[in-house]
Design a protein around this ligand. Structure first.
Ligand code: SF4
Length: 473
């Protein structure tokens, strides 16, 4: 049995941030090479601290869904997963045994040599004449691999230079340049550099967004996929502007390569993780009788299960939108009725107006998406196997812009927690609260919170910054 975990950044504010990891997880799930593919996030749920507990096997491969190495892949993710490693990840990755699971952590997908193929695939989309040996129409064509670039992270530019070198060797293009948005050599100087009459620009970015949709086209004066420039230092030139590499379906192949390389010679994989399976069996025993889990009502019906918001109990099914897949449930519960993003799923804001009809296997996945890690953590709490992490420990672990939460005094933390956590179903074990009964023994809102979530950490940081600004003024 084998589990694959894709780690994305996620966002407390923007519901679209998690979509890329979901999309790649779906593509890889459809290939059937792993028994499960789980998504985990820094700023959403399941969080990095929780995600390993949500995996069903003892053989887990973790791939960071980042375009280059840096602070998140070398510091935050290893730290939060408990890998006991900080700093550059070796090419062969890191392997550790954590809580009975063998965990292999790889480099981010963006640094895999296979990304050169993704760049070519993107170029081909805007230049169909690009054949296996170069442009079929014989017109000289230059390629610009465009990176963000930042003086703070030389890894982000190294990957651009490496891909440009690989593609230069392949000889598909008459020239290959590595240019950047925010460092030299800048893409705004492309016309002085590129001699070929036709130029393809491929942004080496993880996602479509402000830069790829607005700043790059604006700064270069691009008017669409193909923009003619009549008067440049090298005569008339035509720029073909591709979509970012990170959203191409071929990235799924790169992820699979990384996963296979991390496993080395392979082998039979792991076993079913017993604690995880026991947690879900406890949940299913409950579900077969009918249950309330937080705001969710689970009703067994002729061999399948119906789930809906408990506030919609008794409403005719025809009045509700009927969902039939775990992914459908996932996409519905990620937003409130008002359309706001829900980075913390146990906040009491589960949307109404829908029901899902699911078989037992899909019920598990749908409940995982509705309340990530809750079944596993609640069961572990019942077995006295969920260790709370006090606020001081969480604060000490924070680095970068979050390090300032270490300056928060206990009263400040409590004030913020009272506001944020009041809307949450979970009971704050990390603050010394006690949870004597859980939804597994019939108390729907009984769910443990073993450690302050990143949403609360971000709110404490904002409070510290506010306080500092107030005392300075
Ligand atoms: Fe909920 Fe507060 Fe725990 Fe975050 S820290 S999961 S808001 S109880």
């Amino acid at each position: 049995m084998r589990s694959l975990v894709l780690i994305g950044h996620g966002s407390h504010l923007n519901g679209e941030s998690a979509v890329a990891a979901y999309r790649y997880a779906e593509l890889i799930r459809a290939r059937g090479l792993f028994d499960e593919v789980i998504e985990g996030y820094w700023k959403e749920e399941p969080s990095l601290r929780q995600v390993l507990r949500t995996t069903a096997s003892t053989d887990v491969t973790v791939i960071p869904m980042f375009i280059s190495e840096g602070y998140f892949t070398e510091t935050v993710i290893p730290r939060e997963l408990g890998l006991g490693h900080q700093g550059p990840v070796p090419p062969e990755g890191i392997a550790r045994v954590i809580g009975g699971r063998t965990v292999r952590y790889t480099l981010p997908y963006g640094v895999h040599p296979g990304m050169a193929d993704v760049i070519v695939a993107r170029a081909r989309e805007v230049l169909p004449e690009l054949g296996p040996d170069g442009p079929a129409d014989g017109i000289e064509t230059a390629l610009i691999v465009l990176g963000h670039g930042t003086t703070r992270n030389e890894n982000s530019s190294r990957v651009i230079y490496e891909n440009a070198a690989r593609l230069r060797e392949r000889g598909l293009f008459s020239e290959v340049h590595a240019l950047f948005l925010d460092e030299e050599p800048r893409v705004t100087g492309w016309a002085d550099l590129v001699r070929a009459p036709r130029v393809v620009i491929v942004p080496f970015f993880a996602s479509e967004g402000w830069h790829t949709l607005e700043t790059i086209p604006e700064e270069l004066g691009l008017s669409g996929v193909v923009t003619p420039f009549a008067d440049t230092p090298h005569g008339p030139q035509q720029v073909h502007y591709a979509r970012p590499v990170g959203t191409h379906a071929a990235v799924a192949e790169v992820i699979l390569h990384l996963a296979e390389e991390a496993r080395g010679a392979g082998g039979p994989g792991g076993d079913t993780e017993r604690g995880h399976e026991a947690a879900w069996q406890a949940f299913l025993t409950l579900a077969r009788r009918g249950a309330r889990v937080g705001e969710l009502l689970v009703t067994p019906e002729l061999g399948v299960f119906e789930i809906r918001n408990a506030l919609d109990e008794g409403r005719p099914g025809g009045d509700l939108m009927t969902l039939v897949t775990p992914e459908g449930v996932r996409d519905r519960v990620r937003f409130t009725d008002g359309g706001e993003h829900r980075p913390v799923h146990t906040l009491r804001s589960l949307p109404r107006g829908w029901r899902a009809v699911l078989n037992e296997a899909d019920l598990r996945r749908a409940v995982h998406y509705t309340y990530p890690a809750v079944v596993e953590e609640t069961y572990a709490h019942g077995c006295h196997a969920l260790r709370p992490t006090p606020w001081a420990t969480t604060a000490r672990r924070q680095t970068g812009i979050y390090a300032k939460v270490q300056r928060a005094v206990p009263e400040q933390v409590e004030r913020v927690a009272e506001r944020v956590c009041a809307a949450c179903l979970r009971t704050r074990l990390w603050a010394g609260e006690h949870l004597t009964h859980s939804f597994l023994d019939g108390v729907p809102g009984g769910m443990p919170c073993a450690e302050a979530c990143t949403f609360l950490v971000a709110e404490v940081r904002a409070e510290v910054a506010r306080k500092k600004a107030a005392s300075a003024s």
